[in-house]
Design a protein around this ligand. Structure first.
Ligand code: FAD
Length: 413
């Protein structure tokens, strides 16, 4: 098989891949190829027909397909090349990219690579729900695909496990399609979805949210007939005597997303156990020189707008790499401190004015983010924090001279 040289290969044609490719083109890279395994560009947005996308970037509440189309149009206008129905099978440490496409197998040697493969849903297997194995159990995103793209209704009497955004959106979607949604069951004492989605998808439709509950059993032979739920204690163990059975024909699982990093792992890229995505520096460069990451493959985002912002940075830095632009060394390690679940990026330079993305562990009010080296370097007050909402902060003029470890923690005001 002949090897073709490409300046920049972007793996994944979702919002991250599209924004990264456009940013690289703007920086003067002409030879760009986006590889997308689906039939069309746009990624997961195609099936997200509700509105709420683009409020930060466009100042408008667009639907997912509308948001995606704005970037697809720009790709078409820019002349950036893309392959659909084409899947990257392997990425090697020297940036060789093996692609299976309708034209056959292709071997590419990339000047730089942007990883933008998104994420996939956790399944029943990932969380070990007890009970029988009847039909009628779907991940929420799979049900969304059936209803919004294929016009199949997944059930009439539905219970949802997990209050992440996809579960909340699907509760409303199913209610609008005439299903009886018995409730959303969440093991945590708070919803893991955005507060606006709890209001707009559950409260407005009188759908109960069972916080501190879990599914303890599923009954049914051919099809789901009932699901048992119970309250949980602090260790998430079901509390005896609180169990109840809910008659339903469908159980949707919205129990988390896993960044799709099989290719990254195969290439030997170091992953962050806290995010499931690659460790990156402020240039969005992974542990492998010339390989950059952005979007849900890097960290699971709640807002597509921040995917776009992050991907523009990754694409623009990938272009600089192709052109041989040198960067300051990223020798300051950025670490989550108390109250903070994770921080991205993981290394920055002393001159950094980087944007930090982070998530907190628990909801709270009147808090502050504290930056610490050997002493406190800066503080940012936050009236309200929620694990479901990613926090985006600019380091601004914080002086990092002599700092080797920057700890980012959440404290009371
Ligand atoms: C149900 C749901 C509701 C949401 N609601 C909102 C909302 O209201 N507002 C908002 O702002 N955001 C929302 N989001 C979040 C937003 O849609 C995502 O953050 C965004 O789509 C992530 O973009 P991405 O490009 O990283 O990933 P994706 O959109 O998943 O794109 C990744 C692409 O990579 C491709 N790919 C993967 N592996 C390969 C491979 N090996 N070879 C080739 N191609 C590959 C995939 O096919 C896919 O097209 C929602 C998400 C979901 C799922």
């Amino acid at each position: 098989m002949k090897t073709r040289r490409v300046d920049l290969v972007v793996i994944g044609g979702g919002p991250a891949g599209l924004a990264a490719a456009l940013a690289a083109k703007e920086k003067g890279v002409e030879d760009i190829l986006i590889v997308e395994r689906n039939h069309r560009l746009g990624g997961i947005l195609d099936q997200c027909i509700h509105e709420g996308f683009g409020i930060e970037v466009f100042g408008e509440a667009l639907t997912g397909p509308e948001y995606a189309q704005r970037y697809i149009n720009k790709i078409l206008d820019s002349g950036i090349k893309y392959l659909t129905d084409s899947m990257v099978l392997n990425l090697s440490p020297d940036r060789r990219v093996l692609v299976a496409s309708p034209a056959g197998l292709m071997n590419l040697k990339a000047g730089a690579v942007v990883l933008a493969m998104g994420c996939r849903e956790r399944t029943r297997g990932n969380i070990a729900v007890p009970g029988s194995r009847p039909a009628g159990i779907y991940t929420a995103g799979c049900a969304q695909n059936f209803i919004n793209l294929q016009n199949y209704m997944v059930g009439k009497d539905v219970l949802i496990l997990g209050s992440g955004d996809i579960g909340l959106i699907m509760a409303r979607r199913l209610a609008l399609e005439g299903a009886r949604v018995h409730g959303v069951v969440e093991v945590l004492p708070y919803s893991s979805g955005l507060p606006r989605n709890v209001r707009q998808c559950l409260v407005d439709y009188d759908i109960p949210l069972y916080l501190g509950h879990t599914v303890t059993g599923i009954k049914g032979l051919g099809r789901v007939e009932s699901v048992s739920i119970a309250e949980v204690d602090d260790g998430w163990n079901p509390v005896k005597g609180t169990e109840r059975e809910i008659g339903c024909d469908t159980l949707l699982l919205s129990v988390g997303l896993i960044p799709e990093n099989e290719l990254s792992r195969g290439a030997g890229i170091v992953l962050n156990p806290l995010t499931g995505g690659p460790l990156v520096d402020e240039n969005m460069q992974t542990s492998l020189a010339g390989v950059f990451a952005c979007g849900n493959v890097l960290q699971v985002h709640d807002l597509v707008d921040w995917v776009t912002v992050e991907a523009e940075n990754a694409g623009s830095k990938a272009a600089e790499y192709v052109k041989g632009v040198g960067w300051s060394e990223c020798c300051v390690r950025v670490k989550p401190g108390s109250g903070v679940r994770y921080v991205v990026p993981n290394r920055i330079s002393h001159q950094s004015n980087a944007e930090l993305f982070l998530r907190v562990n628990c909801p709270g009010r009147n808090k502050k983010i504290v930056y610490r080296g050997k002493k406190v370097l800066g503080e940012v007050p936050l009236a309200r924090v929620n694990p479901a909402e990613m926090i985006k902060l600019s380091l601004g003029d914080i002086n990092l001279d002599g700092v080797m470890d920057l700890e980012v923690s959440l404290e009371d005001e």
